[in-house]
Design a protein around this ligand. Structure first.
Ligand code: ADP
Ligand code: ADP
Length: 219
């Protein structure tokens, strides 16, 4: 299965992506996670991406497209019958066009584009309360999705942290960037017959139930 998760920052893409990837055994590819790992290791790609990310801007298309193109050649994707779950890519029309091109070269188009709909006024609270595990990247929320022990990852006991770009001022910028550059993708995919809108305002378990219905073909 080849799936794209769309939605504004804080819509719940990462939260749902982990569940989808576990349930359907397809590689979860988060471009944000890949950039953060590169930044942490101070690779040339990480150093190039850092300033854009910390300002809430998109990393230039050419850097992102090459990175995703390489990632989609890896063994886990091949093993899953050229299956993947993209979280945070594409984010521009140029990226969506490149993904179509990559898929064409691999004889495998997208099966689903899942668009998580959440009103903008909810996003700031979701993002400013987000906490991340530096080891396994599990995502929590200080009130909606608390870890068992305050500030500690349930899965590996690591100390949770707040992403630098999750500060309120940067978040506003990211939402604006989403509206300008990523929202047009809804139109891009509208006529393809594979776009599904999901109410992301529900409890995360109910969001996942709706997604499962779609993926299992029950709808
Ligand atoms: P995205 O990857 O789209 O930016 P995340 O999955 O990281 O979003 O979720 C953003 C924050 O909102 C996290 O702190 C997460 O725990 C919380 N969250 C995710 N889904 C829901 C939901 N359905 N209801 C309430 N909070 C949620
Ligand atoms: P969120 O969870 O809020 O949706 P991500 O973790 O997906 O955020 O992305 C964090 C940052 O990484 C973005 O604000 C952007 O700077 C960069 N980034 C991630 N994916 C892309 C992409 N496809 N194109 C350009 N920049 C990206």
């Amino acid at each position: 299965m080849r799936i794209v998760l769309l939605g504004p920052p804080g819509a719940g893409k990462g939260t749902q992506a982990s569940r989808i990837s576990d349930t359907y055994q397809i590689p979860h590819i988060s471009t944000g996670d890949i950039f953060r790992a590169n930044m942490k290791n101070e690779t040339p790609l990480g150093l190039k991406a850092k300033e854009y990310m910390n300002n809430g801007q998109l990393v230039p298309d050419s850097l992102v497209i090459d990175m995703v193109s390489d990632r989609l050649q890896q063994e886990d994707v091949k093993k899953a019958d050229y299956g993947y779950l993209l979280d945070g890519f594409p984010r521009t029309v140029a990226q969506a066009e490149s993904l179509d091109e990559i898929n064409k070269n691999n004889d495998g188009g997208l099966n689903f584009v899942i668009n998580l709909e959440v009103p903008f006024d909810i996003l700031i609270d979701r993002i400013s309360g987000r906490r991340i595990c530096p080891v396994c990247q599990a995502t929590y929320h200080i009130s909606n999705n608390k870890p068992k022990l305050d500030g500690i990852c349930d899965l590996d006991g690591a100390k949770l942290f707040q992403r630098e770009d999750d500060q309120e001022e940067t978040v506003k910028n990211r939402i604006k960037v989403y509206q300008d550059q990523t929202e047009p993708l809804i139109d891009y995919y509208k006529d393809s017959g594979i776009l599904v809108n999901i109410n992301g305002l529900q409890h995360m378990d109910d969001v996942f139930t709706d997604i499962k219905k779609i993926l299992d073909g029950a709808n």
